[in-house]
Design a protein around this ligand. Structure first.
Ligand SMILES: C[S@@+](CC[C@H](N)C(=O)[O-])C[C@H]1O[C@@H](n2cnc3c(N)ncnc32)[C@H](O)[C@@H]1O
Length: 309
């Protein structure tokens, strides 16, 4: 597959404008995917500028590796979870001038039948971005007790009928293990009916995917790690695609940028804090009509950026 059809980078010019402050700097792309953002970052750097790229998915690393090969030893690619980005950056004796996280799965991952993410096709259920990990979607839907399943659907899918769907999964798996995306989709349809089915399926599949990949915890850790390895003046840019992710970015950025803590009582003074970052985006940047018309994935994208103090 051509790297350019692997995944179309979202909000590309906005990412570059927020991220790059010095052409000689070290930039970290924590979510390489097809390498689209990474390639554009490198094209803005001088011959001294470097890029460290991370992904947990070996296909992504292979595709991005081929695409970025012309940049030679200015690029270092590491198969690693972005929750470990601090260790990766330090192991290479560096601090970062910019860090990009473009969250979620790539178009390639969603469409690849062997990765088992999609309810639009009947595939073997899997949903692991990192094939080395022990937990996959089959182990979640066949192994978790009903209350844990319902809790995941409720918390990670914000699904109103989480209880009914959790119940249906447990009932049906007693007869036949749930091995395929089509089976899971059919169980959901039988449990909640056909109205707004696509939205319900999207929520259920999102919830299972978040659980399988421990996505929210990894994001929380990566934001903390990232702030620790950014140089003063360095930029943190995060693209999120659903409200759970965006809430985490917004809250962690807000906490780290707070200059005072309000006192518990009106007669007591507020407590001054030492902020670690300055927000560059009070409201998230979103894609314009032109981009969303060409790339539906851009519709839900929210970009937040901050500068290390
Ligand atoms: C939306 S795609 C990135 C696309 C990329 N910006 C481009 O231009 O092609 C997200 C990528 O991040 C990877 N990913 C998701 N969570 C990760 C994590 N916790 N650690 C490392 N990589 C992760 C996925 O495997 C996927 O390849």
């Amino acid at each position: 597959m051509e790297p350019s059809s692997y995944h179309t980078p979202v909000l590309l010019s906005e990412v570059l404008a927020s991220l790059i402050t010095t052409a000689d700097g070290v930039y970290v792309d924590g979510t390489l995917g097809g390498g689209g953002h990474a390639e554009a970052i490198l094209s803005r750097l001088s011959p001294r500028g470097r890029l460290i790229g991370l992904d947990v998915d070996e296909d992504a690393l292979r595709t991005a590796g081929a695409r970025l090969a012309p940049s030679g030893n200015r690029v270092l690619l590491v198969r690693s979870n972005f929750r470990e980005l601090g260790a990766v950056v330090r192991a290479n004796g560096e601090a970062a001038d910019g860090i990009l996280l473009d969250l979620g799965v790539s178009s390639f991952q969603l469409d690849a039948p062997e990765k088992g993410f999609s309810f639009r096709a009947d595939e073997r259920l899997d949903m692991r971005m990192d094939r080395r990990s022990a937990t996959d979607a089959r182990s979640v839907v066949n192994g978790y007790p009903e209350d844990r399943l319902a809790d995941i659907l409720h918390r990670y899918g914000e699904e109103r009928r989480a209880g009914a769907i959790g119940r249906a999964i447990v009932r049906e798996r007693q007869h036949l293990p749930i091995e395929r995306t089509g089976q899971l989709a059919a169980i959901v349809e039988r449990a909640v009916g056909g109205a707004f089915l696509t939205k319900t399926l999207a929520r259920v599949f999102q919830a299972v995917r978040i659980e399988v990949n421990n996505e929210l915890e990894c994001l929380r850790e990566a934001i903390e790690e990232g702030m620790n390895v950014l140089r003063p003046g360095g930029r943190f840019v995060i693209l999120s695609y659903h409200s759970l992710e965006d809430r985490i970015v917004k809250e962690q950025f807000r906490e780290a940028s707070a200059t005072v803590r309000r006192s518990a009582h009106q007669l007591l003074p507020d407590i001054p804090l030492h902020p670690r970052i300055r927000l560059l985006t009070r409201k998230p940047v979103v894609a314009g009509e032109r981009e969303t018309g060409m790339n539906p994935r851009a519709r839900s994208a929210k970009l937040r950026a901050a500068e290390r103090l």
